[in-house]
Design a protein. Structure first.
Ligand code: NA7
Length: 545
């Protein structure tokens, strides 16, 4: 694979040009470092580049789901909607790339295949799928948490004569479903956004549902000018509140009461306020919905009741009613999902009772029936948090690989580094709040921590950093202990790896909250990067300094 004459040397190699990669490039460049970013797509944007399916939209409010590092940027950018759609977020990231002149250091259409650390040279060598080779002291994986698509392995799929899609690899040109019979497999956040949009076009839409999910109306609309003025007038304070909050969102008050300690009317009123406000914060109406089974049951019943008010056919309503505790799988944002089932051209197919067995040239077959379709859409999710990292062959020359180190599940210190893989950082890796938070806030925190750490090392003439195995173990125990107190750890969800056959089970993100996590990471840094070994490469190799 080595192409020596193509060897190029940098201070830092970054994989991915989404929110994380772009901010890393901006910060590292400001620190005088030579950086190269690899991006598989032909433009910036990451998640928001790939997920172009109809209805793709963020479920965190636009004024909060955006960079805070530049006052000018956050003042000048105008969001058109309370919750931005994919095209607008992509335009925003393109604007960020242009405004900070980032594109010139990004290598587009370039997928990384392999990364090897040489202890002798104290550097990483990165090979692209095209066979190019790059070297650097440090490597940062800014590869996103939801990037590796999960496509079910259905017998006969190769014989299907229509077009099929995974939502995260959606074509750039619009797909017209007018007059077609369409199937959608998957009813998570993505399927739930997609279904109403496709239903407006398709001749007939079959929704293949394995698990019914909880959905809360998003109540999107044009960005309110008064709210925008107010937030922009005190943006620094809003951002600070978000950074110190549990989920990286300033707009939510931190609940202090249990569901069980208020009267039924008060509890109903509290849920009603959240329901009418819209968005996925409903489980935060009280402090124990995700921890106490009885509190959870009460919240679950409230949402089920609301959902059933929308769906006209009681049998369909029954089938759309979730049977697991609310919030233990990610809450979904409803933008017309339940209403879609009141249309004559939409049929719900229960594939829990009778799974998809095969596909034919024009059909999807379950154990009970054959459904004629002209196009099929997989909204079947991702090998979340670890899949993208494990897809790259990462390791140390004559030493451990990430795949070997994570054979029984991910191990990481603060989601930042993996013991055994020196000078390699991750942004929002396993054991950090990542997918449980407004991820832009978590990305900024990790990027700032990593770049501050590299500046600290540069100032002291250090060039080698490793996470210590015992610190990693202690942090992993803490992550598990915090998750174990909640109902989430018991659920079959992509948080626990349950959606991918053969994936080791365990709760992957950190549930302790964005604010507490940040405070802990800051303390680790203040204490001389406690739990990390910082040295010169010579010291790391055991030579006298
Ligand atoms: P999710 O939330 O993982 O949802 C995937 C859906 O696809 C879910 O309903 C799954 O049912 C279903 N699924 C997955 N594999 C299969 C197979 N083999 N057969 C039938 N049905 C299947 O992914 P999303 O893309 O919706 O959302 C991911 C995140 O992206 C989201 O939370 C936001 O953060 C953005 P299951 O529940 O496993 O029974």
């Amino acid at each position: 694979m080595s192409v020596e004459n193509n060897d190029q040397h940098y201070d830092v190699l970054v994989v991915g040009a989404g929110f994380a990669g772009l901010y890393l490039l901006h910060r590292l460049r400001a620190q005088g470092m030579r950086v190269k970013v690899f991006e598989a797509g032909d433009d910036v944007g990451g998640t928001w580049y790939w997920n172009r399916y109809p209805g793709a939209r963020c479920d965190v409010e636009s004024l909060e789901y955006s960079f805070s590092f530049s006052e000018e940027l956050q003042q000048e950018w105008k969001w058109s909607e309370r919750y931005a759609g994919q095209p607008e977020i992509l335009r925003y990231l393109q604007h960020v790339a242009d405004r900070f002149d980032l594109r010139r250091d990004v290598l587009f259409n370039t997928r990384v295949a392999r990364a090897r650390f040489s202890p002798a040279r104290n550097e990483w060598t990165v090979n692209t799928e095209a066979g190019e080779q790059y070297r650097a002291r440090y490597c940062v994986m800014a590869t996103g948490n939801l990037s590796k698509a999960s496509v079910p392995d259905i017998p006969g799929i190769e014989s299907f004569k229509g077009r099929w899609f995974h939502t995260s690899a959606w074509p750039k040109e619009p797909v017209d479903f007018t007059g077609l019979r369409v199937g959608v497999v998957g009813t998570g956040s993505t399927g739930i956004q997609l279904v109403p949009r496709v239903a407006e076009q398709a001749r007939h839409l079959y929704v293949f549902q394995r698990t019914a999910n909880y959905c809360i109306p998003l109540r999107n609309g044009p960005q309110d000018a008064g709210i925008e003025r107010d937030v922009k007038g005190r943006y620094a304070a809003v951002r600070k509140q978000a950074r110190e909050s549990p989920s990286g969102v300033a707009g939510f008050n931190v609940p202090t009461q249990s569901v069980l300690e208020v009267r039924p009317e008060e509890r109903e009123a509290a849920f009603e306020r959240r329901w009418n406000w819209g968005g996925i914060g409903l489980t935060r109406a009280f402090n124990d919905v995700l921890f106490n089974e009885e509190s959870n049951r009460i919240a679950s019943e409230y949402v089920k009741r609301k959902m059933r008010e929308v769906v006209k056919d009681p049998k369909v309503a029954d089938a759309l009613t979730p049977t697991y505790p609310i919030g233990t799988k990610r809450l979904c944002a409803d933008t017309g999902y339940f209403q879609a089932f009141n249309r004559d051209n939409v049929t719900l197919v229960d594939i829990r009772r009778s799974p998809i067995r095969a596909m034919g040239p024009h059909s999807v077959e379950t154990g009970e029936a054959t459904y004629e379709v002209d196009a099929l859409i997989f909204a079947t999710g991702f090998d979340a948090m670890t899949g993208t990292l494990l897809a790259i062959d990462i390791g140390v020359e004559n030493g451990p690989t990430l795949r070997s180190l994570w054979a029984d599940g991910p191990h990481a210190y603060l989601g930042l580094m993996v013991a055994g893989l020196p000078n390699l950082f991750m942004v929002t890796g396993p054991g950090s709040p990542s997918v449980l938070s407004n991820v832009v806030v978590s990305i900024e925190q990790h990027v700032e921590w990593i770049t501050n750490c590299l500046a600290h090392m540069q100032e002291r003439g250090l060039d080698h950093i490793e996470a210590l195995a015992d610190a990693q173990q202690t942090w992993g125990d803490h992550v598990n202990e915090v998750a174990g107190r909640s109902l989430l750890a018991k659920a079959s969800s992509w948080y626990t790896g349950a959606n991918i056959p053969g994936k080791p089970r365990g709760f992957i993100p950190y549930m302790g909250g964005v604010g507490a996590f940040r405070a802990h990471c800051d303390e680790v840094a203040r204490n001389g990067y406690q739990g990390f070994a910082l040295s010169t490469a010579r010291q790391a190799q055991g030579s006298p300094a």
